[in-house]
Design a protein around this ligand. Structure first.
Ligand SMILES: [Fe+2]
Length: 166
């Protein structure tokens, strides 16, 4: 079946995803505050920019739902951790979150294909492709944290590296 309006199931799926994008914004903005508190200004800058990107993703998806003549109905927002054991642990959470979001998009894509909702398949393509870059960035950062496990004083160099990533 292919219709102009989103199916009810797809509207619920995509609305949930809008919440996930706002939750990612909230999470990364809070991580930026934590980095700032630790004087890791490069990481804070990177995380602030990531948070801003997540806001754009949320809007892009919400606008798509609206363009299909469907309302956006957000489920309540997920919470974020208050603090992290270490900056490395914080970025591990970022990598986990990006992996989680990637799996969600793959599920949405499968559902859109099963519904033969080709417009949604096309709209989701951008998000699926973007997740490849997000996961690659997270892996790059975790590689650099792994490199300095025996040399914690190198955190300042890693901070500079991450700050230069965006
Ligand atoms: Fe996103």
């Amino acid at each position: 079946m292919s219709t102009i309006e989103l199916s009810e199931a797809m509207r619920i799926r995509l609305s949930h995803q809008v919440m996930e994008e706002f939750a990612s914004e909230h999470l990364y903005d809070h991580m930026a505050d934590e980095a700032e508190h630790l004087n890791l200004h490069g990481m804070a800058k990177f995380l602030r920019a990531e948070a801003a990107d997540e806001h754009v993703h949320a809007r892009k998806l919400a606008d798509y739902i609206l363009s299909r003549g469907s309302p956006v109905r957000l489920p309540s927002m997920k919470g974020v951790p208050q603090q992290w054991e270490s900056p490395e642990k914080m970025f591990m959470d970022l990598a986990d979150n990006e992996r989680h979001v990637t799996e969600l998009y793959h599920g949405h894509m499968e559902a859109a294909m099963a519904e033969k909702d080709y417009a949604t398949v096309a709209a989701l393509q951008w998000f699926v492709t973007n997740q490849v870059a997000e996961n690659q960035k997270a892996a790059d950062i975790l590689y650099h944290f792994a490199q300095i496990r025996q040399a914690p004083f190198m955190i300042t160099a890693v901070d500079g590296y991450i700050g230069g990533m965006k």
